[in-house]
Design a protein around this ligand. Structure first.
Ligand code: 5AD
Ligand code: SF4
Length: 468
């Protein structure tokens, strides 16, 4: 064989897909695959797909068209390129992908990707392979750990899946069908993953799940642990300075989590809590199982525990039956919470979900208009928040070199990108920064490294260690 085989993995959609893509690379590494960041160089291309909205699916099929040409071109030169479709489109459309796109060799769902090596062999033997099972075994037991090298390359901030799947069945959402029923990983396995990451220089961990508040993994005491308890355990791991989690469902927020935001310094003061709509009528039609008032009450409890929290959210405009008044209720809720930013979407009917069959679908031009209004409001709130940070000092976790020579870039506790002039030796470390400017066009705050007072939050480094 001429050198190692190369795999190119492209992720669409959510952070869990980014995490899954890393795990697929880890599974393929012992098989002799090294990652490349160029599809043209690859022997194997994996598209890790998203089914959440129609647009996301369209993107996958157009990318497959491009890959087909690339594969044909390589074949003419005597080089074999394999194409795999993974993720939620694979789960939802399985055989349809093989029918529609002859260039695809392999289709694998999100619960079966630990079987990738076997499936590749099967595809080689039999021409094509498909696995969209929800297998009885736990894929996490079969995944190779990331190598030290791979972890270092991925940086100082890492994702770890703690929970997967969803039992909430919001009427617009495909996730309960593509990711399956809710499962929680045992505490010991999550701890082992985070310890390994910390050993390889990771300082910040974001716990991932479709609904992390529903976490109920088995603890070492054989009890079901809540996410609050898990966060406390992970904060004890040496080297882990920052913890985050996403995504949450407002109904499953419990007192222990709220208390953790008050008492656990490693838990960052930024919380993504999707609400989708501010109208009770629409929330009921979405089967969100809470009202706008319930949501505001949860926010108030968080704020009481930790006044410095910044909230972000997801919104859908143009859900079937949404009136102007329903939409205005959403705008009012956005103002009431004062979200610092949000992901905003036009409703997209998804095959097989209850809302797709509702009669009163909303016209596209109404959706576009509402989306623009909602985004304008969010943009104003975001800008106000960015501006309010000027003059403040907070810890920044430095992640990589900045855009200009001599600059390094990191993240504030609120996840904002922050640029400072500073030595590359600070990358991987946390240092206090005074914010001196806000550049909307650069989507960044700018600051200067402040004089260190005492040791910052747990795990933060003193300057001497960072060589400044
Ligand atoms: N149409 C539009 N947006 C959707 N989302 C989920 N399903 C749909 C859909 N059918 C959005 C929700 C969710 C986020 C991940 O994607 O806001 O919180
Ligand atoms: Fe989808 Fe609702 Fe579950 Fe979130 S909570 S993944 S929106 S069904």
């Amino acid at each position: 064989m001429n050198g190692p085989r190369k795999v190119y993995i492209k992720s669409y959609g959510c952070q869990m897909n980014v995490y899954d893509s890393h795990r697929m690379a880890d599974v393929l590494a012992p098989e002799g695959y090294v990652e490349t960041d160029r599809a043209e160089n690859a022997d194997l291309v994996v598209l890790n797909t998203c089914h959440i909205r129609e647009k996301a699916v369209d993107k996958v099929y157009s990318e497959l068209g491009r890959l087909r040409d690339m594969k044909d071109g390589a074949a003419r030169l005597g080089r074999r390129v394999s194409i795999a479709v993974a993720g939620c489109v694979a789960q939802a459309e399985g055989k349809e992908i093989l029918r529609r796109e002859p260039a695809v060799d392999l289709v694998v769902g999100p619960q079966s990707y630990h079987r990738l090596p076997d499936l590749l062999r099967k595809a080689e033997r039999e021409g094509r392979a498909l696995d969209t099972e929800f297998p009885p075994e736990d894929k996490f037991d079969f995944l190779a750990p990331a190598s030290r090298e791979a972890t270092r390359k991925r940086g100082v901030s890492a994702f770890v899946t703690i929970q997967e799947g969803c039992d909430k069945f919001c009427t617009f959402c495909v996730v309960p069908y593509t990711r399956g029923a809710e499962i929680s990983r045992p505490v010991a396995k999550i701890v082992a993953d985070v310890e390994r990451l910390a050993d390889n220089g990771v300082r910040e961990v974001t716990l991932l799940g479709q609904n992390v508040n529903a976490y109920h993994g088995e603890g070492p005491d054989t009890q079901a642990w809540t996410i609050g308890r898990l966060l406390w355990r992970l904060a004890d791991i040496p080297g882990i300075a920052r913890l985050r989690y996403m995504t949450s469902h407002p109904r499953d927020v419990d007192e222990a989590l709220i208390a953790a935001h008050r008492d656990l310094p490693a838990l960052m003061p930024q919380l993504h809590l999707p609400v989708q709509s501010g109208s009770d009528r629409i929330l009921a039609a979405m089967n969100r199982q809470h009202t706008a008032r319930d949501y505001l009450d949860v926010i108030a409890k968080f704020r009481e525990a930790q006044p410095d929290l910044s909230f972000t959210s997801d919104f859908i405009v143009g859900f079937p039956g949404e009136s102007d008044e329903d939409f205005r209720a959403t705008l009012r809720l956005i103002e009431a919470v004062d979200f610092t930013t949000a992901f905003t979407f036009k409703y997209s009917p998804r095959p097989g979900t209850p809302a797709a069959d509702l009669d009163d679908q909303i016209d596209e031009d109404v959706k576009v208009d509402r989306l623009q209004k909602l985004q304008a409001l969010i943009a104003r709130q975001h800008e106000r928040f960015q501006q309010s940070c000027v003059g403040r000092s907070f810890d920044v976790l430095f992640e990589k070199p900045g855009r200009l020579p001599g600059q390094i870039t990191g993240r504030s506790p609120y996840l904002q990108p922050v640029q400072v002039m500073g030595p590359p030796s600070l990358i991987g470390h946390i240092a206090p920064v005074t914010i001196t400017g806000n550049r909307t066009d650069a989507k960044s705050l700018f600051g200067i490294i402040a004089q260190p007072a005492v040791q910052q939050r747990s795990g933060a480094v003193a300057f001497a260690e960072a060589g400044v």
